[in-house]
Design a protein around this ligand. Structure first.
Ligand SMILES: [Fe+2]
Ligand SMILES: [Fe+2]
Length: 275
């Protein structure tokens, strides 16, 4: 071993300034990455919680305090790769989002839905729709997830698949006895037994029922119901063939093809960017 290595100077790491007590007391240290002694970036990095996650919660009162932190020279806002997340490839494909970004619960739910659809012998379009029907919840936003989800995949799938994903959100609330679909037990837990969906969801359901692709969307809701079995293992690779035929993967990578929804994929790659 060379002399140069054994006589390296001690780390020049300087601890960042003390965080304001108010931020600590509010539990906002969750949004702060303290510097590591990794010679890459020894500054503290703050994640500004997105409006959709904080409006209506106590955290929204601390936006100003978090902004003020960026004035310290040892502190910046998170931009680019968050070291807490696995690195994404330069040209990510759908599988990368499943494996490197989606939570295990969301990934399992989507894979099991697609698996049941395949076992039921359904059309590949339905299997594809089931595979990504809750992609918005998995990687972006939960509220209005059917609509977000349809847009996220819109440029890459058949129009019928995107339509079915959009409408499944409304159809979930309404039984269809002709195909044995009843109101989900889980929704009684989630929303309480007295919950009734808002008027716009009722109108969406009525219109969807009269549409020629109604059954494609209804089949998502049917396969959705049985998709929470923790003992069933499903692998993304089991669906490589379906994805290959039904999802137009852009050669530049999802997020970099200049499509009208590329920014949604980039937001899933770098979900913690300040801007
Ligand atoms: Fe859903
Ligand atoms: Fe679902």
């Amino acid at each position: 071993m060379s002399e140069a290595i054994t006589t390296q100077p001690p780390s020049s790491r300087v601890l960042p300034h003390e965080l304001p007590a108010a931020l600590r007391d509010a539990g906002l240290t969750n949004w702060i990455r303290e510097p590591l002694d990794d010679a890459v970036d020894r500054r503290r990095r703050i994640i500004m919680p997105p409006a959709a996650a904080t409006i209506g919660t106590p955290a929204s009162a601390y936006q100003g305090a978090l902004l003020a932190e960026s004035r310290h020279p040892d502190t910046v806002f998170m931009m680019g790769d968050n070291p807490a997340l696995p690195a994404m490839p330069e040209r990510p494909v759908l599988k990368d989002f499943f494996m490197l970004r989606f939570s295990p619960i969301a990934r399992t739910h989507l894979l099991q839905s697609a698996r049941v659809a395949r076992e039921n012998g359904l059309d590949e379009k339905v299997i594809m729709a089931c595979l990504v029907h809750d992609i918005a919840i998995a990687g972006l936003l939960s509220a209005n997830h059917g609509y977000w989800g349809a847009q996220i995949v819109g440029p890459y799938v058949d129009e019928e698949v995107a339509w079915a994903i959009e409408k499944h959100e409304a159809l979930r609330y309404f039984p269809d006895e002709s195909v044995g679909y009843t109101y989900p037990e889980a929704y009684i837990d989630y929303f309480g037994p007295e919950y009734t969906p808002p008027e716009y969801i009722r109108r969406e359901h009525e219109a969807a029922r009269r549409h020629r692709w109604y059954m494609t969307s209804r089949l998502i809701t049917i396969n959705d119901i049985y998709s929470f079995d923790p003992n069933v293992v499903a692998d993304f690779d089991d669906f490589e063939d379906v994805v290959g035929r039904n999802f137009r993967q852009p050669s530049e990578g999802l997020g970099f093809d200049g499509s009208p929804v590329a920014h949604m994929w980039r937001t899933m790659i770098w979900p913690n960017n300040f801007l």
